[in-house]
Design a protein around this ligand. Sequence first.
Ligand code: ADP
Length: 485
Amino acid sequence: MKVLMIASECVPLIKTGGLGDVVGALAGALARGGVQTAVALPAYESVLDKFPAEPTGLDVAVSLGDRRRSAAVLKAAVDGGVPAYLIRNDEYFARSGLYGTAKGDYPDNAERFAFFSKAALELAAATGPWDVLHCHDWQSALAPVLNRLGAGKQSAKTIMTIHNLAHQGLFPYSEWPLLGLDIKYFTPKHLEFYGKINFLKGGILFADALTTVSRKYAEEILTPEYGCGLEGVLRERQRNLRGILNGVDYREWNPESDNFIKNNYGPGNMAGKAACKQDLQQLYNLPQRPSTPLLGIVSRLADQKGIDLLLDIVDQLLAMDLQLIILGAGDEKYQELIAALPAAHPKRIGVEIGFDNALAHKIEAAADIFLMPSRYEPCGLNQIYSLKYGTVPVVRATGGLDDTIEDFDPLSGKGNGFKFAEYSGEAFLSAIKRALAVYVNEKAWKHVVANGMAADFSWERAAADYLQLYRQVIGVRAAAAQLRA
Ligand code: ADP
């Protein structure tokens, strides 16, 4: 079995969010499971600056309208030595950002990622044959389309994984010549979406199978509330759509071996967690009281993450005897509002605006309670990390949050966190209050913490599900070939 991942992010080389975590870790887990795996990735400037990459001697060239553009292919290694082919075209990828700057998206993203998808298919042709091309999000969503309709089509089956349906790759009709496709495909039945070109819609329609990153999100995206306008197209392909919950990389996120945190700890020895809490309280000049509940947030500051709910309730929350530490970066309006909180609530809150992996680990270890009030959440990783760190999640029951968190029932002792359903500050606050009520009952709290720490969301399970899917799509092809014969 040979699988080529085509994606715009992959840890450890480059990540802006969960997509990068998933691609790198899944590739590694598949390789450990005996699948011959590689990743195709743009050669961003920061990757070339930070990681060793060797030339492969391979060049790929593609047409974009009436232009020809080429790329040199370099090779780096990701998890466990899985090869990452870096597609190097400095006109497109030697920039400070991946998709844009703080001011907005790069204006030539249609061209950059049409180029990337086409170049990845050329790369696949030169290094294959591959059984499966596994594409991730809109940045590689033209690959399934062009693999079916384009000039260089191959026998490989394509899988399209949707990590976040809100990002679709929408571009004006004037960019159509870049795709090199017949104009007959610019219709609502194909790639057109309210007068624009929709890359992800193409991937959804032309991939052999679709996945998304949790079971609940796979259901939700079939509805107008979560479907972002693509619910109809997704319903058409419902039979080929599956939710496979992401795993997490416990080599990186494990309090027993984490190098970023003050003290290591584990289920049998929780003293280290108290030391981590004290360390962070000190860092943010908060009173170092072990019994005061410490709440943590690590998040992109975006509408998706329910930051408006947090801002709705933050004054009421901080009127209680608790502490809150927030690490986040994103929308300017949220950054400003959150950065202003410590002045209004000294001794209750610590805030860090920015992206800081070490601090993310420290917060997971130090906090008693982790907050994720997301409006929608395809999978979510932080609540899963929280479980492992004995940090009890309070989450909204949506997408992967709903799949991974079970509401704690003090009577039966079952459950690993606290959930609320309605998207309102009131519901969020009441879930936090339920958590705090259990927190003061030491025995019950030990229970909910232990339940979370015992859970196993490692990649091996998810990789096995993907492998089964790959076999299925290849099996379909084999059966079809037999029929023709
Ligand atoms: P999303 O991909 O929607 O941002 P996920 O929960 O799936 O959300 O993944 C987010 C990943 O990015 C996690 O690994 C999380 O720790 C990390 N992360 C998010 N914001 C920050 C930040 N400000 N600093 C450090 N890490 C962050």
